[in-house]
Write a protein that binds this ligand. Structure first.
Ligand SMILES: NC(=O)c1ccc[n+]([C@@H]2O[C@H](COP(=O)([O-])OP(=O)(O)OC[C@H]3O[C@@H](n4cnc5c(N)ncnc54)[C@H](OP(=O)(O)O)[C@@H]3O)[C@@H](O)[C@H]2O)c1
Length: 404
């Protein structure tokens, strides 16, 4: 799409803004965001109401106020006092277990890990300094010792292990998840929560690696949080406290249902499945119309991910339309509604498939198979073998930072 000068202009803008990011990293996300974004007129007219740590924000400027909790609500001393004498038993040490567990530990809270002794996670946890018999136990022992049981097994494993785990979650404990999957689709997963325990959720909007890296940078990841069962009357504040303790910067209120529906929908749509489908469709047409692999890749993926998408992320779509050439702008404005109309029925089908449990059933059936990793590897290899991604591998080698 873009001319060289346009691409240069965008890269310069991106580089300028990334310098501003590093300059503000130690400040709060609010002030960082203020530095990076140019508020629209509507944003200037509708300022958020500020109460320490709790914000009521009218995101769409249509009168629908949403609660957002900020980590300032739970400074370290208050967290320590709140969780005094309590043990976090974190079950599973995969992506989220790693990020959340280390952040809890660095926040000075009492946390132990529970994983099976013959699995890869046991070794990984030891490498991160969890000590067998002191802070690292098998699953049963950790749950027995814990007050807040954090079920961070893979979603398929949560279902598989539930008949064994459920009797260990005795009244008085708190049961925590990072996804609404197991509880909302209990007819399929069989995860029926026990009575007498608070059941809460904090779902970081990113991988466990990002949960950790943002925490180490002194920032915090955005997470959603929800309460499913409140027996103590304190589940809501407990969920926000845990959210901050695991390394969240901002906590957006949701429900277990909304969290799982939006999450499964998003990852199948614009976050991964939909975007991959769109890349493939555009690339194939270019190739069928005689364009070279490098040209097809550059116009489909490279320019998108390296130049345009980061700018859309930082400044929004209006900025992108404003910053591009008049030719690009006219065409994109004209074609956007056609893509929306063509894709909306697919997104509606997808939402139905999520809500009626079809996606959950498929996930449990596939990921519950003993040989699921081997089967997945075959699918992964098929993606690696696609011409678009082979071309991408070569194009990436020619990025300025990869050329000696
Ligand atoms: N990954 C993300 O980006 C992300 C983001 C937000 C929320 N979440 C949610 O966070 C939760 C944890 O996800 P994750 O991605 O961290 O999981 P994961 O990386 O897939 O972790 C899997 C963990 O489950 C254990 N496990 C698997 N099968 C088991 C079994 N049969 N018995 C006992 N342990 C078993 C593994 O132990 P072994 O090493 O012993 O196999 C490992 O510790 C999920 O609810 C997920 O939806 C994930």
């Amino acid at each position: 799409m873009a001319s060289r000068s346009f691409t240069r202009q965008l890269r310069a803008a991106a580089s300028k803004s990334s310098k501003s990011v590093s300059a503000v990293q130690r400040r709060t996300l609010v002030s960082a965001a203020r530095q990076l974004t140019r508020p629209t007129q509507a944003q200037r007219q509708a300022p958020a109401q500020q109460v320490r740590g709790l914000k009521m924000i009218d995101f769409a400027q249509n009168g629908q106020l949403e609660k957002v909790h900020e980590r300032a609500e739970w400074p370290a001393e208050k967290l320590h006092e709140y969780f005094k004498g309590q043990t976090f038993a974190l079950i599973g040490y995969g992506s989220q277990g790693y990020g959340q567990g280390l952040n809890l530990r660095d926040n000075g809270l009492n946390v132990i890990i529970g994983v099976r002794k013959d699995g890869a996670s046991w070794k990984a946890a030891q490498e991160d300094g969890w000590v067998p018999g002191e802070t690292l136990f098998d699953v049963d022992e950790a749950i027995n010792k814990g007050d807040i049981v954090m079920n961070l097994l893979s979603d398929a494993a949560q279902s598989e292990t539930w008949p064994h785990i459920k009797p260990l979650i005795t009244p008085g404990k708190t049961l925590y998840f990072s996804h609404g999957f197991s509880v909302v689709f209990k007819d399929l997963t069989k995860v029926d929560v026990p009575e007498g325990v608070d059941v809460v959720l904090v779902a970081p909007k990113g991988s466990g690696r990002t949960v950790r890296s943002l925490f180490k940078e002194g920032r915090g990841i955005n997470s959603s949080f929800a309460v499913f069962q409140d027996v103590t009357g304190k589940a809501y504040e407990k969920a926000t406290a845990i959210g901050v303790a695991i390394g969240s910067g901002y906590l957006y209120e949701t429900t277990f249902e909304k969290e799982v529906y939006s999450d499964l929908y998003g990852e199948r749509g614009c976050l991964m499945g939909g975007i991959h489908g769109m890349f493939l469709a555009q690339y194939e047409v270019l190739r069928e119309r005689g364009h070279t692999p490098s040209e097809a890749f550059n116009e489909t993926v490279e320019e998108a991910t390296q130049s345009l998408y980061p700018l859309i992320g930082k400044y929004g779509m209006d900025y992108m339309y404003d910053a591009c050439s008049t030719t690009a702008r006219r065409g994109a404005l004209d074609w956007s509604p056609r893509f929306k109309d063509a894709l909306k029925p697919v997104f509606n089908d997808l939402y139905d498939s999520v809500k009626n449990g079809t996606e959950t059933k498929r996930s449990l059936e596939f990921n519950g198979q003993a040989d699921y990793r081997a089967k997945f590897e075959i699918e992964l290899q098929a993606i690696r073998d696609l011409e678009i991604w082979k071309a991408g591998k070569e194009v990436r080698k020619l990025r300025p930072e990869n050329v000696e």
